[in-house]
Design a protein around this ligand. Sequence first.
Ligand code: NCD
Length: 312
Amino acid sequence: MATQTRVSHRHVLDLDIFSQNEIEEMLDTADSMKEILSREIKQVPTLRGRTVVNMFYEDSTRTRISFELAARALSANVVNFTARGSSVEKGESLIDTVRTLQALGADIIVIRHKQSGAPYLVAQHFAGAVLNAGDGWHAHPTQALLDLFTIREQLGHIEGCKVVIVGDILHSRVARSNIWGLTKMRARVTLCAPPTLIGPTRFWKANWPELDIIYDLDAALEGADVVMALRLQKERQQSGLLPSLREYNRYFALTAERLAELGDDVLVMHPGPMNEGVEIMPEVAVAPQSVIETQVTNGVAMRMALLYRLAS
Ligand code: NCD
C-alpha cells in the first residue's frame, strides 16, 4: 500500500535512494498518468511554462521518444539536445554545456551518457532537476521503474514474485537498477548468464545478499513468474567473454521450448532493443506471454510521473 510519504528527491539518478514506499508512490502516479494517456486528448497543462531538455549523448529510440512524448503530454517546452551538431563538437565540456542550458532556462535535464556517473556530475552543476536516462554500465532508473510498473500492472503485485534476469548482466545498467528496484519491492531475484557476463559473485552478494546466481538457464527458470532477457551489449564488451553467439543462444536464449516449459502465466520482458535470434527468439518476443510492447507503452506514463514529481 502506498503511504502518505512523498517522493522528495531533487534528482532521480538511480533507485538506490528510493524506499519501497517511494517506489510504490511512483507506480501509483504512473497509474494516473496512464489514465491521462487513455483519454481522447492526451495532454494536461501541469508543466506548462517549464522547460525539459533531453540531452542524449548515446543512441536511443524508445527512451528518448518516450521522454519527449511524456514532456509534451504534460505541456512542457521540450528541447532535444544531441552532441552532434552542438558546441560539444567544438570541444565544449559537459559542465559548460549544462551551465549554458541553465542560462537558457532549462528546468529539468534528462541525460543519457556513455560515461557512468555523468548524470551525477550534471546534478552538481545544475540548479534544476536531473533525470538519469542511462549512464554507461551503471544505472537506468526510469527503465527499472517502468519494468516494476509493468510487473505490478500485469501480476497485481511485485512482492514475492520470482524474477529471472538473464543475459549480459555485467554490462547492463538495466539489470543494476532493476535489482535495486526489485529487491526493495521484495521480489525474489535470480541472475543467470555465463560467469563471464555476471562478474564476481562477491560483488553481488556484498550489495544484495538475497540474490540467487545460477549459471544454468533451465534450472534458473524453475518457478519463475517473470523472465527479463537482456541484450548482449556488444558495444561495451571486450572480446573473449563468449565462445560464440551460437553457443550463447543455445544455453542462454529464451526459446519457444523454454517458454513452453514456463507455461501461460509467466511474463516475458525485454527492455529493447532486442537482438532477436541471440538472447530471444522472434517467436518468443511476440508470444502471448510477452509484455515487451507494453513496457514501451508504459514508459511514457512512468516518465510523465517522474517529470511531474521532479517539477513539483
Ligand atoms: C536499454 C539501455 O539503453 O540501457 N535500452 C533502453 O533504454 N530501452 C538496454 C539496452 O540498450 O540493451
